[in-house]
Design a protein around this ligand. Structure first.
Ligand SMILES: Cc1ncc(COP(=O)(O)O)c(C=O)c1O
Length: 348
């Protein structure tokens, strides 16, 4: 990769081994259920997450919307974070496509939703109200800096869901980062969930795809929903072959990305014009701010890094001087050191 691209882990290219596996993947018509590589990927993802069945979908957004549409009917409600990807960045799809009423509550700095806020958002049985059907969590919670959510917290939310006969969905786009950060298994983190969507195409490097997992009955329904969304793919084994490498190998190396994020954060913390809270660096993301006395604006900072050093770090939307940097497979420790020195130079 010529550019050192910290904008996101979505920019990751497939590895050479993935390209090889894709070229040689056995395939069939997956809408007929006949693609052996897709079937293998779905079964393997389900087993890793402790669920009965899986469904290969085109993207994280499709995994989440397929889950929401399968759990909720029109006019029914889902409770989720104001800062959740499902609320902020999925084009209002749950409302637009499913007539689902999102009931948002604040996301805490540690990525959780206050249990009392969830409790308070659950509707009484009254004809004036929408019916509450679903609670959604995100792990890691991206918008607060890739903060992992513990199994203990998720179990408490699961308890609330069970008590009120609600379903629990986890947007696990970066669930394996959470597992690596908390030194536990992905399965443990999602034990109370009825459905989980994981992304193969972010830190796990596959070119395309997510897997939604849940019970056999849920996945049978979700298959219909996916078809309705136009997501029934045919010889998708070409893509699933890369996803199998994501699950088997790439999940095992995420600690390297986390160590690189920490090294980057610690290096940046030594630069006077940069403000960074090291305690918030817990997985593969860091947020940092330019001090108001910095010699460059946020836009000029990004532009200089790109033009002079081939480094891509974009200002974080909604803030005047905040940046997010994400580490991933294609960012090495040398890139990190080079980037720290480049930033030191342009801010001196
Ligand atoms: C937490 C989270 N969920 C879901 C998604 C959606 O994934 P996709 O871009 O594959 O639709 C993203 C994408 O960045 C994400 O960060």
């Amino acid at each position: 990769m010529k550019m050192i691209d910290f904008r996101s882990d979505t920019v990751t290219w497939p590895t050479p081994e993935m390209r090889e596996a894709m070229a040689n993947a056995p395939v069939g018509d997956d809408v007929y259920g006949e693609d052996p590589t897709v079937n293998e990927l779905e079964a393997e993802a389900a087993a890793m997450l402790g669920k009965e069945a899986g469904l290969f979908v085109a993207s994280g957004t499709m995994g989440n919307i397929t889950a929401a549409l399968t759990h909720c009917g029109r006019g029914e409600e889902m409770i989720l974070g104001r800062e959740a990807h499902m609320f902020r960045y999925e084009a209002g799809s749950s409302a637009a496509l499913g007539g689902i009423h999102p009931h948002i509550v604040d996301v805490q700095p540690d990525g959780t939703l206050k249990l009392e806020a969830i409790q308070g958002a659950i509707r009484a049985n009254n004809e004036h109200f929408p019916r509450t059907k679903l609670i959604c969590l995100e792990n890691t919670q991206g918008t607060v800096g890739g903060i992992p959510i513990t199994a203990e917290y998720t179990e408490q939310v699961g308890e609330i869901a069970r008590k009120h006969n609600l379903k629990l969905h986890i947007d696990g786009a970066r669930l394996f980062n959470a597992a690596a950060a908390l030194n536990t298994s992905a399965k443990t983190l999602v034990a109370p969930a009825d459905s989980v969507s994981i992304c193969l195409s972010k830190g796990l490097c596959a070119p395309v795809g997510s897997v939604l997992v849940g019970s056999k009955a849920f996945i049978a329904e979700a298959r219909r929903t996916r078809k309705a969304l136009g997501g029934g793919m045919r010889q998708a084994g070409i893509l699933a072959a890369a996803g199998l490498i994501s699950l088997r190998q790439m999940t095992q190396r995420l600690g390297d990305d986390h160590a690189n994020a920490r090294a980057l954060a610690e290096g940046l913390a030594t630069i006077p014009c940069i403000q960074i809270d090291l305690s918030r660096v817990q997985s593969n993301m860091i947020f940092f701010d330019l001090h108001k006395d910095a010699p460059l604006t946020a836009e000029a900072f990004s532009a200089r890094l790109k033009a002079d050093y081939n480094i891509l770090i974009a200002p974080y939307p909604g803030y005047t001087s905040r940046f997010r940097a994400v580490t991933h497979y294609w960012i090495t420790r040398d890139h990190v050191q080079h980037s720290i020195e480049a930033i030191r130079t342009i801010l001196s």
